[in-house]
Write a protein that binds this ligand. Sequence first.
Ligand code: UDP
Length: 373
Amino acid sequence: MSESMHIGMAGAGLSCAVIARELAERGHRITIHETRPHVAGNCHTERDAGSGVMVHVYGPHIFHTDDEEVWTLVNRYMDFKPYVNRVKATARGQVFSLPINLHTINQFFGKTFSPAEARAFIESQADTTITDPQSFEEQALRFIGRELYEAFFKGYTLKQWEVDPKRLPASILKRLPVRFNYNDNYFAHRFQGMPAEGYTVMVQRMLDHPNIVVHLGSALRPADVGQYDHVFWSGPLDAFYGHAEGRLPYRTLDFERFEGEGDVQGCAVMNYNDVEVPYTRITEHKHFAPWEEHARSVCYREFSRRCGENDIPYYPVHLTEGDQLLQAYQARAAREQGVTFVGRLGTYRYMDMDVTIRAALDAVRAFIGARAA
Ligand code: UDP
């Protein structure tokens, strides 16, 4: 392998932490600029001084994966405690179980279906004329039928994305399973858990290496790229180009924080599916750490809206009609010699944490491989 390089990075979230560590262990020097006053990006966690509750500052993050290498990697830096995400939904004056499972179906339709009966019933509700669903709405109508779609997905999705579900890609709904048994585990992955001391401590440990320097409250400017042998950019793709082609659309979130005594809602995540309720969900953070006990409780009421220039970007907005703006930026990025774009913002992808880590590992290995060649 070639001699030691000096690598610059924009952002100290999961992507750059993984890449920095891989490169640092190979003897390269890493300088990371992070504009926020903390590492870990949007999975940042902080213990609330008053209640002692570990708060997911930028909204709920639950670690789940089928990728054994990724699971081994995170466990190298942090003890993961058993956690199963069981989401509830308040819709039309009742509380249901999510993801859609046999309990949801039986409760919603007032039935006592067996798995086979429920499957046949839902199939009878489904629009089987849709053979290759492209949109969120087509995917829903094909696999769960109109009634469940309108009760659980249409309103929530309008609130979350402010786009007609006909224009959203089917991939968004494919994130959620539909089950004909009573399994109410929100995720279908083999590995799931919560970091015992939070994500921020995990990321701090990844970055704790003599070859890695992190500057908080500091931005790596695109004009500084030439100072490094290579740059990994996990900031917004369009920001790297000074938004020259226009602004890539994002959704941002507002969290209305409130506290209570004891147990406020009885679960970590309660979705509010009716369109008349202005928020999408309430998260009660102590339930993300069921091994801890706290007398008081910290909750977030979560609102989604279009991301303005001074807001924090959360979700990239992909539409079925395609995205010429994104393609223009991707074409520029592909021509870039000394910069690799990584992460949710750098690649403009709606990625879970495990996918982010997998993509970071792939990116750093491709980089090392290309250098070696
Ligand atoms: N969704 C919905 N109703 C729900 C939960 C999810 O309509 O009760 C839709 C919504 O469009 C959301 C998408 O499914 O954006 C993915 O849901 P997920 O729970 O994965 O969202 P995340 O936790 O990533 O915000």
